[in-house]
Write a protein that binds this ligand. Sequence first.
Ligand code: BES
Ligand code: ZN
Length: 634
Amino acid sequence: MRLFACLAALLLAACTQASPGNQAEQAERPRQVAPILTGEAARDASSFARPELARVTHVALDLDADFAARRMGGTATLDIAAAPGAGEIVLDSKGLEIEAVTDAAGAPLAHALGQGDEARGRPLTIRIGDARQIRIRYRSGADAAALQWLTPDQTAGKRHPYLFSQGQAILNRTWIPTQDSPGIRQTWEARITAPEPLKVVMSGERLTPEGEPAGEGRRAYRFRMTRPVAPYLIAIAAGDLAFRALGPRTGVWTEPAMLDAAARELADTERMVTAAERLYGPYLWGRYDMIVLPPSFPYGGMENPTLTFLTPTFIAGDRSLVGLVAHELAHSWSGNLVTNAVWSDSWLNEGFTSYFENRIMEALYGPRRAAQEAALSFADMEKAFAEEGRNAPSTRLHGSDDPEAGVSGIVYDKGAAFLRSIERIVGRERWDAYLRSYFDRHAFQPMTSARFLADLRANLVRGDAALERRLMLDQWVFEPGLPANAAGPDPAAFAEVDRALAAYNGGGAIGAIPYANWTTAERLRFLNGLPREIGAEKLAALDSAFRLSQSGNAEVLFAWLQLALANRYAPAVPAAERFLGRMGRRKFVSPLLETLLGEGEWGRPIATRIYARTRPSYHSVTTTTVDRLIRGGT
Ligand code: BES
Ligand code: ZN
């Protein structure tokens, strides 16, 4: 596989260019242009881009957030590097309404939206001729999948509307016309206007913290990202936002009503950044801020650079779910510095990050909590093997091209188990030194499975044939199932819970279960270790002893509701309905509704009734998955 820097004429050594930009401060410093990978393993099946011909190096957005029309509209100005005589550039787009395409001087450029498909959208091909900067005037379509426009009623404050975006994996093409492929890194800048008093934040440096008057009761906010990033990492949120500093380079944005609770839960963040740096090298993105979004945010977290997006469901009051924050922070290295070039290698992002997350948790909270959380992850992997079938192709780390096809128990948990197994074999010191050097060597570059294995062989194995045999690298990455050298979970991690479970399952009394003394991880282990078939009387006793339906911990509540609903336990339905009505996180919504749908004439009517009511408040990421479930797909 060859590594191309800035294409053809531009060599690696000269991998920066002074590029004309919209803003004076941009023109001063040369911009970094990141290399792209060529070769079959780095071909992104989810993008129409043909970067070997012409690629985007920089995106400048000038957009108005139109809350009435629920659209982003304005211009995107793209800097391009092209092979001599390339003639055209192909961008990704989905539902975009293109109004005009011109060169930098305003001369029209011929363009066409080609044939596409439901998943990828449509290629936008532009005749660039000699132009190396193009301007697209456009607006996002109705129902752009990346964007959720919330009514005031869907916010905590109830007084102002709200907007947020979710780019990963291939949604940003619904509001940004660019090459939406993780291997084509781009620097970017943006000027966004929104109606007062809304504040706008983005996943880059904030150049105008207070905004600037933009006429007609609007304010403009400007941002820039001078490091080349994968385009799925461009993100925006706008709403009634307040900020609180947590440390010298960390802080949290959220609605004023949420600020105290969010800041309390996130109080350890600055220490997390320091711990992460101690492990794997300097944090290269400047600030690490977070935004706690309204409850319809469809994921737990999203690692948007300089500004992690978080679900409010991680707020448990006791910081027991801040593994999520460690995870998104870890992506600042694994994912945002070194990035999967194709979605079939998303384990390079998520598996590395799950491993790194656990190392941060160990540094902050000690080996016991880390061992417990790693054991939960191992159990999630085992569950995936049980569900998928041990030798199913879906249990390979290097997986399918479909960005939606990855099984989290594989991509995240088998991925983490792989790195833990290497650590166990070569020893922590040697492994940490390697991993740190891996992030250094490949910072701001795309990565593939093959490239990672080559790097590991060159820099860790170094021709040691015995070590090579012990590591079983190709089997881990390219074969289904679990290799024989897998490092198992610490048997001591849940010894007490497992003893209590055995006693209870053998007929012991509920009163003997020390649930009240347990950590969240222990409670989850307990709930997930109860027999899957369990009678109403026992469920009632568990619910009343541990107040499970009232739990303020979303993970505990979810584990309980999964068990209760799978056993058609009617008294849990109101709690399930409340939960499904107050948040839209796909990881919780989809399995709960799936469980109900699986309970035939008892559960299906409940699921359809609840979903009819809650669907309008969910993000498209969640509704797309659940609609498929309801229709009876997989
Ligand atoms: N990057 C992911 C979220 C994601 C993955 C979005 C794939 C779209 C496609 C994020 O870092 C993540 O993994 N979030 C998890 C939390 C984590 C603690 C496992 C989530 O949302 O639950
Ligand atoms: Zn992740």
